[in-house]
Design a protein around this ligand. Structure first.
Ligand code: PAF
Length: 283
């Protein structure tokens, strides 16, 4: 049996030609933006996009503008051949893989800088991050003219920021949220999990256990103690620093008021050795 292949496109004119043909045939187009190093979480987003669109594009671009100079841009895992094989097997129609020159040609000087949902949490620790994400995603939406784009709830604040920029900039695309895909022990799948050493990997799941305990406590009406216990539990297995462990309003990401009856979200970010893990669950 021959291995399935997938169309890989790296120039905007080629992308537009393909998409133009699909749209002329009346096909809806779904986009899954990624930085590659694909895992089952990404493939679940491809499936989600396929449930709404006849054609799916997965973009693979390790976006330099969302990394600070001190971060892991250079060592971010790049597994392009394997990613393409997985996408072909999943029935994705195209990989959009622009080079940095295509995405940010000489003279590029525009930045989409979100506030609102982007305020606090990740921004307190990675102030450059959402400007880079918002800029590249705005470009991806315009480049592909996709009707739908699938984003994982694993990066919950990112999902809120993307919804906000689509709303604020009147971008004609529907955002599809995809549930977090977890390892059997509960650890959220992430391309960065491969940085974890074997013994760190065993302890990593504590972040998921802790946010679940905080969510149960929040439902029962008192999460302050659970947050203090959770910080201690993370510290005890070697998470340091703990950037945040909070309960927020699931839509605005501002303080959560249980009495409002609005949905809440527990969000956490913490370092285990040189790996920063983030996770969240609904209250
Ligand atoms: O979540 C990611 O992988 C990235 O932030 C994204 C959305 C592909 C933008 O570079």
């Amino acid at each position: 049996m021959s291995t399935p292949r997938i169309e890989v496109v790296s120039e905007i004119e080629d992308l537009r030609r393909h998409v133009g043909r699909w749209k002329a045939a009346g096909d809806k187009v779904g986009l899954v933006p990624t930085m590659g190093a694909l895992h089952p979480g990404h493939l679940s987003l491809v499936k989600l996009a396929q449930s709404r669109a006849r054609r799916t594009i997965t973009s693979i671009f390790v976006n330099p503008t969302q990394f600070a100079p001190t971060e892991d841009f250079d060592k971010y895992p790049r597994t392009f051949e394997d990613d393409c094989a997985q996408l072909a097997a999943a029935g994705c129609d195209m990989v959009w893989a622009p080079t940095a020159r295509v995405m940010y040609p000489d003279g590029f000087a525009t930045r989409v800088q979100p506030t609102g949902a982007a305020d606090g949490l990740e921004t307190d620790f990675r102030p450059h991050f959402f400007g880079g994400v918002a800029t590249v995603c705005s470009k991806l939406f315009l480049q592909t003219s996709a009707d739908f784009a699938a984003f994982g709830e694993k990066d919950y604040q990112q999902l809120c920021v993307i919804r906000q920029i689509v709303r604020d900039l009147d971008i004609p695309i529907e955002i599809l949220p995809g549930e977090t895909v977890r390892e059997p022990d509960g650890l959220a799948m992430s391309s960065r999990n491969r940085y974890l050493e074997t013994e760190q990997r065993q302890r990593a799941v504590t972040i998921h256990d802790v946010i679940q305990r905080v969510a149960s406590a929040a439902r029962a009406g008192g999460h302050e103690h659970a947050i203090a216990d959770g910080i201690a539990a993370l510290g005890a297995v070697g998470f340091t620093p703990i950037d945040y462990l909070v309960v927020r309003d699931a839509e605005t990401l501002k303080e959560w008021d249980r009495k409002s009856g609005r949905p809440g979200r527990v969000l956490a970010a913490a370092w285990l050795g040189k790996t920063r893990l983030i996770d969240n669950v609904a209250v």
